[in-house]
Write a protein that binds this ligand. Structure first.
Ligand SMILES: Cc1cc2nc3c(=O)[nH]c(=O)nc-3n(C[C@H](O)[C@H](O)[C@H](O)COP(=O)(O)OP(=O)(O)OC[C@H]3O[C@@H](n4cnc5c(N)ncnc54)[C@H](O)[C@@H]3O)c2cc1C
Length: 347
């Protein structure tokens, strides 16, 4: 069997590993010519994501590239501690954090180290099914034929739109997310602690062992849109956020100590009705995406990879594999999207 994966993000790279392990021929085609993720956002890998990485045989390099997250603390704007909870089950793999770019880079390195090809600068623009396979068509006019095509091409998936041209677009959840890294020891904090502050913004931060701070702030506001985000200006985002945080000197110091404040709109994508047709399927954010509140997007993408690889390995044909995959995954990912939407609405 030959599998073509469009997208070398988290889901696409993760899927390539167990397919290769099962003796399935796989190539990954990535639209971006160099790397595929911005460097500014950190993400948390929950225990289910770490378990999936273990099943993929990639827990070692990801653990080496990340740091542990041991507990979560919630406080109010006036500094009152509202809750402290350990993260993870006793004896479990624990939670970890790293940047999204680093996670992608580690997984891409792992893919290539196992002899799987990642072809960069290949943007999928179409596909043509035939009775025994599918031909993927790329923006540069090149074509590749395989038995299965997997769209792991993220929130704005081309493959999802081709599978169902009437598919609803991602929904703006009413929040923009500012984020960045301050290298200054701007605020006291215990490394390994995800600290949430419920104030004018839903602010989360992690103080690192080097006393730098990874942070994000979710703010209720109208949608910016991709053009305004791409245009910046980044200083404008910083001013906007510092105005909002003016009554909290600690959080202000974190934001002021950040050279590049980045921003993104938060979206979700629920109940995508068509995940697969003929020989083509979508996984990861291309099939389902939760708003950032539950911090499960990457972990869900990793679980998707484990489930689809197992189904393609064990079932007689792609149609049976896709059916098994959907049965395994739909309820779980949609529950997460709904839980994240209701958390976003409350913060
Ligand atoms: C600010 C922010 C914070 C987040 N925090 C967390 C967190 O704490 N924990 C967590 O688990 N998740 C978090 N997430 C979500 C997480 O990053 C996503 O759920 C995850 O990246 C989804 O992986 P994916 O592989 O499906 O998509 P992506 O990682 O987006 O990868 C898609 C890939 O496909 C490529 N591509 C796109 N179109 C094409 C095409 N036509 N042809 C070929 N390639 C294509 C892209 O370049 C990209 O490399 C966060 C997201 C954001 C934006």
């Amino acid at each position: 069997m030959v599998v073509i994966i469009a997208g070398a993000g988290i889901a696409g790279t993760a899927l390539a590993l167990p397919l290769h392990e099962a003796g399935i021929q796989v190539t990954v085609r990535e639209a971006h010519p160099e790397s595929s993720a911005d460097a500014g956002a950190f993400l948390t890998l929950a225990e289910n994501g770490m378990r999936a990485l273990t099943q993929l045989g990639a827990d070692g390099p990801v653990t080496a590239a990340s740091a542990p997250l041991l507990r979560m603390r919630v406080s109010s704007a006036d500094g009152t501690q509202l809750a402290t909870a350990p993260l993870g089950e006793p004896g479990g793999p624990g939670y970890r954090y790293l940047t999204r770019a680093r996670l992608c880079a580690v997984l891409q390195h792992e893919v290539q180290a196992r002899g799987i090809e990642i072809r960069r600068g290949e943007r999928l623009v179409g596909f043509e099914p035939d009775p025994c396979g599918v031909t993927a068509v790329f923006a540069d006019g090149s074509r590749a034929r395989g038995d299965v095509l997997v769209g792991a091409d993220g929130l704005r998936s081309t493959v999802r739109g081709l599978l169902d041209p009437a598919a609803a677009p991602p929904r703006y959840v009413g929040q923009r997310v500012f984020y960045g890294y301050s290298p200054d020891p701007a605020i006291a904090g215990e490394p390994g602690t995800l600290q949430f502050v419920r104030g004018a913004a839903a602010f989360g931060y992690i103080v690192t062992r080097q006393a730098g701070t990874w942070w994000f702030a979710r703010v209720t506001a109208e949608e910016l849109g991709r053009d305004r985000i791409a245009a910046g200006p980044t200083d404008g985002w910083k001013d906007q956020l510092t105005a909002l945080l003016r009554d909290d000197p600690g959080l202000l110091a974190i934001v002021r100590g950040t050279e590049r404040v980045l921003v993104t709109d938060a979206y979700d994508l629920a109940n995508v009705r068509t995940w697969h047709r003929d020989r083509t399927i979508v996984i990861g954010d291309a099939a389902h995406a939760a708003s950032p509140a539950t911090g499960q997007g990457a972990s869900m993408a990793l679980e998707d990879a484990v489930a689809l690889a197992g189904a393609l390995r064990d079932e007689a044909d792609p149609a049976a594999a896709f059916a098994v995959y959907e049965e395994l995954r739909r309820e779980r990912v949609e529950a997460n999207t709904a839980a994240s939407a209701s958390m976003s609405a409350r913060t």
